[in-house]
Design a protein around this ligand. Sequence first.
Ligand code: URP
Ligand code: ZN
Ligand code: ZN
Length: 458
Amino acid sequence: MSLLIKNGEIVTADARYVADIFCEDETITRIDRDIAAPPDCEVIDASGKYVFPGFIDPHVHIYLPFMGTYAKDTHETASKAALVGGTTTFIEMICPARGDKPLEAFELWLGKAQGASACDFTFHMGVTRYDDEAQGDFEEIVRRGVASFKVFLAYKGAFGVTDEELYKTLTLAKRLGVITTAHCENADLVLELQRKLLAEGKTGPAWHYWSRPPAVEAEGVHHLMTFAEMTGAHVYIVHLSCAEALQEAMHGSARGVKVWVETLIQYLLLDRTSAEADFEGAKNVMSPPLRDASNHDVLWNALAKGFASTLATDHAPFDFAQKQMGRGDFTRIPNGIPSLEDRVNLYFTHGVKSGRIDLHRFVETASTNAAKLFGLFPRKGAIQPGSDADLVVYDPNYRGVISAKTQLMNLDYNSFEGMEIAGRPSVVTVRGKVAARDGKFVGEVGRGRFLQREPTHF
Ligand code: URP
Ligand code: ZN
Ligand code: ZN
């Protein structure tokens, strides 16, 4: 089985040129001008279009037991949504309850994704408890190909870890060469501020912001920087939302901490007023919260200049009925703003088309850097012979509007409803097979493969 993509303008993190891409079975085998199609080869005309490496979302939640409910997507619905939007690989957070056995959690999450996902996937292993027994499991999970951990400095009493556990996790990560991703908010401050606000009768979604203001996130980042400095572990700050937190990360980096920063499409385009529209605002409650719009330029600049390495979604879909759990108490609103389907198109529209991000940086931050940081490069995140044939033929002339009515994400709203997009994938391939075409899923459910990764962060 072969595939030939002809006359597209190939754009990677560091190159831009017109050529044909020939793929045999699952792999890119040749890139050249005027490649002749052998018999039975599927030919795709990419004239006038870009050809990008498949995009990678390094932070998604699909199976997620959280805040007394479960996120709405299955691996089937989520992967279909990912693919029509150009994302060919995602990294899901394994989030066990504190009492769960980590190895069993790993097997549970893997079992849910295998045979159900249409795109390739891997995991960050959530460390939500650390003791001798759990340590043995984490070592085994790394041997099985999960080369990254996830810790929550927030969510006290749920996923959150103590400082002792954080220190031990980072020490283990350093020894194993594993990078640790971290949700940075000071859990005690959040809890105290929540209590104070509720006691004052401040119960609506708008108060979520005031329970986790920028200083709470900045303190979380500062805390992580100190622990990373003491242990020498490599750390990756997930969903960084504001200037104050970025400053702490940059201070850490300046004194030698090995730190990378992820931000989200939500933080670039939405602001805290979206969570203030009476209870409808609950749809836009996530943690850290949407910030003042003044942070938009800071985060765009961080992506453009390299202070932020990746743009993710933190996809965590809870429908409006689930959000009702927090009516009368904002602390019970399930946190999450889904955007797995729309990340790439929104980023292209508001980043590339508006001149904030150049094409190479766009590819780097939405694909290549995640592949490099998480041990997938050059299998993913690249267009070169030997790489997986995950390709996005992208039409920069497409015009459309985002709407929950047409989305594949299993959700009854879209926080970007009504926003225009100026670009969309025409064709998306996963390991040499077409999986999406012009907004429609045409792939194979269950074909997605678990990507085993080697530790690279020594
Ligand atoms: O609000 C969020 N971010 N929901 C998903 C869980 C997490 O903290 O990543
Ligand atoms: Zn988080
Ligand atoms: Zn998350």
